[in-house]
Design a protein around this ligand. Structure first.
Ligand SMILES: O=C(O)CCC(=O)C(=O)O
Ligand SMILES: [Fe+2]
Length: 207
């Protein structure tokens, strides 16, 4: 059996979701984790909820060619240029997905208390049916999905060290996702989500 090509479609109505437990990323996942941990400039981002500045329960870093000015963010995020292992992974993931990505959000979940709440990556600049490629390294975490119009429809998968989750089709239109807090004593997890964002590429140089 060729483990690198073991691809598992996730059955989700009105969405296209594919899970690769061990895609060929050209480097061992342990080495990728160590390189990402050291190379990425991890930052504390905050959201502005009705004038209250709230730090996110994780560290993050934007990379690529697109400036993000999402309404909930408390500050404009100027992305870091592609470099090192991040640039390498972008090429590998583009080849595996046969898709182009110009933006990547990195998240560092320091322990089980770090999380990301229910949301969909449905910003207009991602388009109606974005392909989002999500790489996971380090501690395994549960990835929860629920249907936007029926929160009783839920699905949970485990994102393993070195895995790739591809979210496509109308996933972001019909489903939300989250990584919940856990009381389990677990270590660090790094997640990278590669996206293709329209619009603001030209403004990078202006900032
Ligand atoms: O950590 C994950 O697996 C998900 C991250 C996520 O949903 C996001 O950055 O939009
Ligand atoms: Fe997301």
């Amino acid at each position: 059996m060729d483990l690198f090509n073991e691809i598992r479609p996730i059955a989700l109505a009105d969405a296209r979701v594919i899970y690769h437990p061990s895609p060929d990323l050209g480097l061992h996942p342990d080495a990728i984790f160590a390189a990402l941990r050291a190379e990425i400039p991890w930052e504390q981002h905050s959201v502005n909820i009705h004038g209250q500045i709230i730090p996110q329960p994780r560290l993050s870093s934007w990379h690529g060619e697109v400036v993000h000015t999402y309404s909930t963010l408390a500050h404009v995020l100027v992305p870091h240029p592609w470099s090192g292992v991040v640039a390498h992974l972008r090429e590998r993931v583009e080849a595996i997905c046969a898709a182009r990505f110009n933006s990547m959000l990195a998240n560092l979940y320091r322990n089980g208390q770090d999380a990301i709440g229910w949301h969909a990556d449905d910003e207009p600049e991602l388009g109606p049916a974005p392909v989002i490629a999500s790489l996971s390294f380090g501690a395994e975490r549960g990835f929860h999905m629920r249907r936007k119009d029926d929160h009783a429809q839920v699905k949970r998968i485990t994102l393993e060290h070195g895995s790739l989750l591809i979210m496509a089709g109308a996933m972001q239109r019909h489903w939300q996702h989250a990584v919940m807090r856990t009381a389990k004593p677990i270590g660090e997890r790094i997640n990278l989500t590669f996206r293709l964002t329209a619009g603001s590429e030209a403004s990078v140089g202006a900032l």
